[in-house]
Ligand binder design. Structure first.
Ligand code: SAH
Length: 400
């Protein structure tokens, strides 16, 4: 067969396909034929265990030309070129297309490497080198999965909108999940936080509406109520809305409130978890949150409240001070002096190792290490402030 072959998708449902051979290649082809609904006949003296139990007819004997009578497609998959040649000749006589596993060029049809995704089929032929085809197919499959390749469907007008609360991870665009990435690629509207992986926005089409919440402790472009309203309003207008958040949507991300607002409005809403900065920050600084023989638990605490008044919010600083496990603080840079003083006052040793991880996973990442007693000063001297994750506990020194 020439390189200018005519690509087709065959409807083999209920149609006879004959596979000659019973080894690994034959087994793979039979799997695909069964998935396509073909009426499969396998002819071979020996067949694999999988073929023995597959929903196909198996004739345990040598090939004979009349096996192809009534067939639409023949696949010659033996390791004996003479047998494969005999299959090709018998197929030609009957005007049946024949794929040769040993010598693609000698057959009248070829099987491509295939990727399927959400109603799309991509079939790749790599000329005489099947590895080129599988390598390209794998790359295409990955691109379809992540949304790097465009898979947006043109949706009929009037179709229902939705909201996805997507955890974008700590900032590096490579640390969002595949599912989150795909939803971003398919979105009509992206409502984005300051600490979300903004690098992902650069790849979006001009027709995608980007709403920047610009949220920081000191600057609120949109209030939470306004954000909830925008999510509901755009989804009601039929848009696929992605609420792209930093870290995980349900860890100090107000994702719960957004979810409630959507369900109250009858808007379909899904949650895609993300890698929280509480986990990524320590990991990137080389600090294991647990370590055998050192710490068997960790506690993640919001540090944005004055420790004197934290008890009102259920934060038990005296209890956390006497507990031996690892402490992780988010939103704590403004009050790190007060928090470390409170921990020491309630019984944590002042020489407990501590670290501040600023803008973890981004090019601006900085790590400051000191003792609990000194950590706030050390961060100040280094000019390191929010956003940062603070880690307190013996684990801080365990790998360094
Ligand atoms: N939902 C987010 C947290 C939002 S609260 C998550 O799961 O990560 C905002 C706080 O998260 C910041 O004050 C800071 O403490 C922390 N934070 C977020 N991204 C960070 C990053 N890249 N590096 C360090 N800290 C970060």
């Amino acid at each position: 067969m020439t390189d200018t072959g005519f690509p087709l998708l065959l409807d083999l449902s209920g149609r006879r396909a004959v596979v000659v051979g019973g080894g690994a290649v034959a087994t793979r082809r039979v799997r695909a034929l069964v998935a396509a609904g073909a009426d499969v006949l396998v002819v071979a003296p020996e067949v694999s265990d999988e073929l023995r139990t597959a929903p196909v007819r198996v004739q345990r004997r040598p090939f004979s030309a009349s096996d192809l009578d009534g067939a639409w497609l023949a696949l010659a998959c033996t390791d004996d070129p003479a047998v494969n040649e005999a299959v090709a000749v018998a197929a030609l006589e009957r005007r049946i297309f024949c794929v040769r596993a040993d010598a693609a060029r000698e057959g009248s049809a070829r099987t491509p490497a295939v990727a399927r995704h959400d109603g799309i089929t991509v079939a790749v032929n790599g000329g005489d080198d099947p590895r080129r085809a599988t390598a390209l197919r794998d790359a295409i499959a990955a691109g379809l999965d992540t949304g790097d390749l465009p898979t947006r469907r043109v949706r009929p007008t009037g179709s229902a909108g939705s909201v996805a609360l997507v955890g974008g991870g700590p900032g590096d665009p490579g640390l969002i999940t595949v599912q989150g990435r795909r939803l971003v690629a398919q979105a009509d509207v992206v409502v984005v936080d300051r600490l979300a992986p903004r690098g992902l926005l650069e790849g979006l089409g001009d027709d995608v509406e980007i709403i920047d919440c610009g949220k920081s402790a000191h600057r609120h472009n949109l209030s939470q109520a306004e954000i909830n309203e925008v999510l509901v309003e755009r989804a009601r207008a039929g848009k696929r809305v992605v609420r792209l958040k930093g870290g995980d949507p349900f860890i100090f991300g107000r994702g719960g409130e957004e979810l409630l607002a959507c369900t109250a409005a009858g808007v379909a809403v899904t949650v895609v978890p993300g890698i929280s900065s509480a986990l990524a920050g320590p990991a990137l600084a080389g600090i294991p949150l647990t370590h055998r023989g050192v710490a068997a638990d960790f506690t993640v605490v919001s540090g944005h409240l004055d420790p004197g008044r934290a008890a009102d919010q259920g934060i038990d600083w005296p209890g956390l001070a006497t507990h031996a496990g690892t402490l992780v603080l988010l939103m704590a840079m403004d009050r790190l002096d007060l928090i470390s003083a409170a921990l020491i006052e309630h019984g944590r040793a002042g020489d407990t190792p501590a670290a501040v991880v600023h803008r973890a996973t981004t090019p601006e990442q900085r790590v400051v290490r000191a003792t609990l007693a000194d950590i706030a000063d050390a961060a100040r001297r280094a000019g390191v402030g929010a956003p940062a994750v603070v880690v307190i506990g013996e684990v801080v020194g365990v790998l360094s």
